[in-house]
Design a protein around this ligand. Structure first.
Ligand SMILES: Cc1cc2nc3c(=O)[nH]c(=O)nc-3n(C[C@H](O)[C@H](O)[C@H](O)COP(=O)(O)OP(=O)(O)OC[C@H]3O[C@@H](n4cnc5c(N)ncnc54)[C@H](O)[C@@H]3O)c2cc1C
Length: 442
């Protein structure tokens, strides 16, 4: 049996706020360091965002996409977890606040990530939910399924049209991936299950204010992704800013589009805690960090992941990608470990870009690995392999090792259901995709 080591109060206390990609990797990097680590997160779990859209489109279950933070750190005796919302940080007194309670730190790693922004129209959030948390994904999934159920019983053709019109606002990776998944859901997976509506006639509209989709990818790959979306029946509108969202639909370029299903996949900004550090921030509220990810005047305070912006070659660097948060979290953790053990400094943070991937439904993805760029089935297989590795790790961290055989068997099942089908309308998959996860909560 593993010994539980009581915290040694004299050892430096590292507080990590945020148990997402950055926070958990920072904690892990401190596993052998003579420090006490406290990870504070407002939820008890770490979310695997890249496949969240598959939960929202009923391809994967919520349980596949999250791991308890305690489970991730269960083999790390120097780490503890507190589920609470951090409400304030005082860098002069070196404390974080959880309501009226204060916790003192010697080192602080802030990794609270980003949040969606509605460009000053917070009232739109009521009608256009966004996709960030497990609850968001569940809410969107319910909304989508309710729309089909209502349409099945509706007699007014205009109302049916609105119920079967899906509007995605924002043509970044989430919007593109969601549009592809919705196209396959409506065209294939559920089409045989309804008697009074033809789900294949559903409109899926993707609006992007910019001149093109997928800004983070080279233009050639973005064009290929757009062509594939259009081939799957998605209507893509670029240079099309949504000017209003209400209960009846969206307005674009003065035209009102009735829709019961508007999903927000546009603009992100920093979470508010960064503003409390007293460090400079950019217009999105991201904390401007130094090359070692600390803030000016406070070498003991690090900001990692989506919450930071770093100047690299005179350009702001904050791509909002999981690998960046992972590498930065690990870097900050290792840096603290070296400082407390008196080891020499190993220099600034440098990002090792291993590539960028996005999928457009099944059997098509785009891959930008820097040295090579490609699209199609090969890119999709690569995308699948990468996500399979992450999902396997996530599942391994869950602590349901009591039934190891079941654990491993469940992975191919889940991935086959949602991610790795061979043909988009394969008969066996069709049953699996939809039937497994389309039960909705009231
Ligand atoms: C739908 C979606 C799809 C994505 N797809 C991809 C993709 O395909 N590839 C890719 O590389 N990246 C993708 N990303 C981006 C990637 O998820 C982020 O870059 C990454 O999660 C950033 O890690 P982080 O540690 O900074 O923040 P997060 O992983 O978001 O973690 C932040 C944590 O902080 C907690 N928190 C926030 N505020 C507080 C507070 N006040 N007190 C306590 N806890 C708090 C949150 O609960 C959360 O657990 C996607 C993001 C989304 C939303």
């Amino acid at each position: 049996m593993q010994n539980k080591i009581a915290p040694i109060d004299a050892s430096p206390h590292v507080i990590i706020v945020g148990g997402g990609f950055g926070g958990t990797h920072a904690a892990h990097a401190l596993r052998h360091a003579p420090v006490r680590v406290t990870v504070i997160d407002r939820t008890n779990h770490s979310v695997f965002h890249p496949l969240l859209y598959q939960v929202a489109t009923a391809a994967l279950s919520c349980d596949e996409m999250a791991a308890p933070i305690r489970g991730l750190l269960r083999r790390q005796p120097n780490a503890e977890v507190i589920m609470a919302e951090v409400t304030g940080v005082d860098v002069e007194r070196r404390v974080v606040r959880i309501g009226a309670r204060e916790l003192a730190y010697d080192y602080l790693i802030l990794a609270t990530g980003s949040a969606y922004t509605y460009f000053g129209h917070d009232e739109w959030a009521r009608y256009a939910p966004n996709l960030k948390t497990i609850s968001d994904a569940r809410r969107i999934r319910s909304k989508i399924i309710q729309a089909f159920e209502q349409a099945e019983q509706e007699t007014d053709p205009e109302r049916i049209r609105a119920l079967l019109t899906f509007v995605l606002v924002g043509g970044g990776p989430t919007g593109v991936e969601m549009a592809g998944a919705l196209a396959e859901l409506t065209r294939c997976a559920i089409a045989p299950e309804y008697r009074h509506i033809d789900t294949r006639t559903a409109r899926i509209m993707l609006f992007e204010a910019d001149a093109r989709l997928l800004r983070a990818f080279p233009e050639r790959l973005a064009r290929k992704a757009q062509a594939e979306l259009e081939r799957k029946g998605v209507e893509v509108y670029t240079g099309a800013a949504v000017s209003d969202v209400d209960a009846t639909g969206v307005t674009v370029a003065g035209r009102h589009i009735p829709s019961a299903n508007v999903i927000w996949t546009a603009g992100v900004a920093a979470t508010p805690l960064g503003a409390q550090l007293g460090a400079p921030t950019d217009r999105l509220g991201r904390v401007k960090v130094q090359p070692d990810l600390s803030i000016p005047g406070h070498p003991e305070v690090f900001v990692v992941g989506d919450l930071m912006v770093l100047e690299q070659d005179g350009q702001p660097f904050s791509p909002g990608l999981a690998p960046v948060a992972i590498q930065q979290g690990a870097y900050a953790g290792r840096r603290i470990a070296r400082q407390v053990t008196g080891q020499p400094d190993r220099g600034s943070f440098t990002y090792r870009n291993k590539g960028n991937l996005a999928t457009v439904g099944r059997a098509f993805a785009i891959a930008d690995l820097g040295w090579i760029r490609f699209s199609g089935l090969l890119a999709w297989l690569l995308w699948g392999g990468v996500h399979l590795v992450y999902l396997t790790n996530l599942r391994g961290a869950r602590g349901w090792c009591a039934t190891p055989r079941r654990r491993h068997a469940a992975i191919p099942y889940a991935t086959a259901a949602g991610t790795y089908g061979r043909r988009s309308c394969h008969r066996r998959q069709r049953g699996r995709i939809w039937s497994a996860y389309h039960v909705i909560e009231r």
